[in-house]
Design a protein. Structure first.
Length: 458
């Protein structure tokens, strides 16, 4: 019964997280005060649910504690060491005590703990993950469709749902802005149900690889789907004759449009990197049966060159954005300089999104890079540990042996590239869903128990 409740809780977490910002902002407007930020217990529902899930997972795993200990591998140990080091530096160096440490840990550590907890649960407690597949694709598809719908809706449409009528702000003491404009031009970037356009773009970098592979491979390559023998690919059914796969492909290209409409240049670089992985890293038959990948890779280049030739002014103001680049460059240089000045770290919550809640005027220390944020908070050693976690996670995804692992690898590459220039993992919709599902998938692959939902193929 307890494992069943944990499974339901995980399902609800995966289902609701893509709508988190929209639901919290709307709930605050209906039941509280739309002029100020939502109350803590509303915005922190996900952390509260995760804490309850961890309590349930602990009691579920207690009878298997010896097997759980034996199942810890290099990746689990690295996460434990990184967490211990980050908390130690936080205790020794953080200026505002445990409240700032916990908020910094929410961004840096909680998603990794979700990965370990869900992974151990999936390794030792049999449960069907079919519902997680449905929740994941429902949420991601809804995010894409609403983002596409925003192209045709009034720019201030979200004000009706409790969003702030002031554009461009992103401060903890106010509701989310209805719009983030492109260089204050009055042109709104798409943000869908996310807390902003960059957060939308980072989630799409995670979701689109799965959507693209679903369009090519079919539903059987995911959680608990059809046996491989019934694959539409193996039956040589062309894409245009498979209605389900055509729907996925159309949705995939709509997602590309929404990603472009978010005007996140770092996300587009991440998408390009993930596309290269898809083309050169996946099996040869994938490239042969899906030549449209050439279009996915070359189309953005052709469009950018065309825009530059036709309208250099638009290219400069909306795409190149020299003034914005200068700000990113200066903040990144400040971050690098501070890392070398404080090689042991400033402490959790002293850089990145968490620092905004403790700084004057909510300015915070935003080095415009997730890696610089980790380096500033946990020092050079912490940054090396975090990079090692990403490396071993990517290695396990790639060696997973199926398309599900490859999709996670492409998503990790895309978000990691985006993280070079932005705080890509700050969004709970991305971080908890990515690391939670990754833990479940890798846990199932290494499960010592017989899982009834596993299928085999010759």
């Amino acid at each position: 019964m307890l494992s069943r409740m944990v499974s339901i809780g995980i399902f609800l977490l995966i289902l609701l997280l893509p709508f988190h910002a929209f639901l919290v902002t709307g709930t605050n407007a209906v039941f509280f005060n739309s002029a100020v930020a939502p109350p803590f217990f509303i915005s922190a529902w996900k952390e509260i649910l995760i804490a309850l899930l961890f309590g349930g997972i602990f009691f579920c795993l207690a009878p298997h504690w010896k097997a759980v200990i034996k199942s810890f591998d290099t990746l689990d140990i690295l996460i434990f060491i990184f967490s211990a080091w980050a908390l130690l530096i936080g205790y020794l160096a953080t200026d505002h005590g445990w409240s700032q440490i916990l908020l910094g840990a929410k961004y840096d550590l909680f998603p990794l703990w979700v990965f370990v907890g869900f992974r151990k649960f999936a390794q030792h407690i049999p449960f069907s993950s079919d519902a997680l597949q449905k929740a994941f694709f429902f949420g991601g598809s809804a995010v894409i469709l609403f983002g596409f719908l925003q192209i045709f809706l009034p720019p201030d449409f979200l004000v009706h749902f409790g969003y702030s009528p002031e554009p461009n702000h992103f401060t903890p003491d106010k509701p989310l802005a209805y719009c983030q404009q492109v260089s204050h031009s009055g042109f709104c970037r798409l943000q869908s149900f996310a807390s902003g356009p960059n957060q939308l773009a980072s989630f799409l970098l995670f979701f689109l690889p799965f959507l693209g592979l679903m369009a090519w491979k079919g539903e059987e390559f995911l959680w608990g789907g059809k046996p491989a023998e019934k694959s539409s690919l193996l039956e040589n059914i062309p894409l245009w004759k498979d209605k389900k796969r055509m729907v996925w492909m159309i949705l995939f290209f709509i997602g590309i449009v929404v990603l472009a409409g978010a005007f996140s240049r770092s996300a587009l670089l991440g998408a390009f990197a993930a596309g290269l992985i898809a083309f050169f890293g996946l099996p040869h038959e994938f490239r042969i049966s899906c030549p449209i990948l050439w279009g996915i890779i070359l189309f953005p280049v052709v469009v950018l060159v065309g825009i530059f030739l036709v309208s250099p002014v638009f290219f400069d103001q909306f795409l190149l954005r020299v003034s914005s680049n200068q700000g990113h460059y200066e903040r990144s240089l400040d971050g690098i300089r501070f890392i070398f000045q404080h090689p042991w770290g400033l402490g959790l919550g002293d850089a990145g999104p968490a620092s905004s809640r403790f700084a004057e005027n909510f300015s915070g220390f935003l080095p415009e890079s997730w890696y610089l944020q980790i380096g500033l908070e946990t020092g050079i050693l912490g940054l090396l540990l975090f990079l090692s976690i990403l490396f071993f996670a990517g290695k396990e995804f790639w060696q997973n042996g199926d398309f599900l692992g490859k999709a996670f690898f492409m998503a990790l590459v895309g978000v990691s590239v985006m993280g070079l220039f932005l705080h890509a993992w700050e969004s709970a919709s991305l971080a908890y869903v990515f690391w939670g599902l990754a833990g479940i998938v890798l846990g199932r692959r290494g499960a010592p128990l017989a899982h009834p939902y596993k299928t085999t193929s010759k």
